[in-house]
Design a protein around this ligand. Structure first.
Ligand code: CUA
Length: 169
């Protein structure tokens, strides 16, 4: 069988196009290190009342080791508690996130931290912030009339500054 030269060119072009598409999808899924949260965080002991569930009673930053911190965040209509999260740079931060009402978004603007706060479930994820920076925190899931007002802040500060504010509080 004789395949015409022009036809061969188009066969090669079509195969390259398919491989390029598979390549971009694969890169998009794996390349930037983006992953879904798994079930590791578990469920809220009393889903109807996560505020009273021990770990979310006092949302905030808790030191768990020399360079590691747990941060409990409650996303609710239409605020984050705490509204402003201050953490030291170059530390390992494990977030625990939930919502007492509806689904909220949790996006740290300018980073690849982007997840949801789901009622009854605890989203657990670990982040390293390696530069001193102030990040905005945005709700990107429509959660009610105040959705557009729902925002927070993550302030990554030098260790010395963090220690100083810890001592004063
Ligand atoms: Cu919370 Cu939108």
């Amino acid at each position: 069988m004789k395949v015409h030269y022009i036809e061969k060119v188009w066969i090669v072009a079509a195969v390259l196009l398919i491989l390029t598409l598979i390549g971009t999808v694969t890169y998009g899924a794996l390349g930037p290190g983006v992953s879904m949260l798994d079930n590791e965080g578990g469920i809220v002991p009393d889903p109807g009342n996560p505020v009273e569930s021990s770990s979310f009673k006092e949302p905030g930053v808790y030191k768990t080791g020399p360079n590691t911190y747990d941060v409990y965040v409650l996303a609710r209509q239409f605020v984050y508690r705490p509204r402003k999260i201050t953490i030291p740079v170059d530390s390992t931060i494990t977030f625990y996130l939930t919502s007492p009402d509806v689904i909220h978004g949790f996006e740290v603007v300018g980073t690849n931290v982007n997840t949801m706060a789901i009622p009854g479930r605890i989203g657990k994820f670990t982040v390293n912030f390696d530069q001193v920076e102030e990040y905005g925190l945005l709700c990107h899931e429509y959660c009610g009339v105040g959705h557009h007002l729902m925002e927070g802040q993550i302030e990554v500060v030098p260790q010395s500054q963090f220690d100083a504010t810890e001592e004063s509080t």
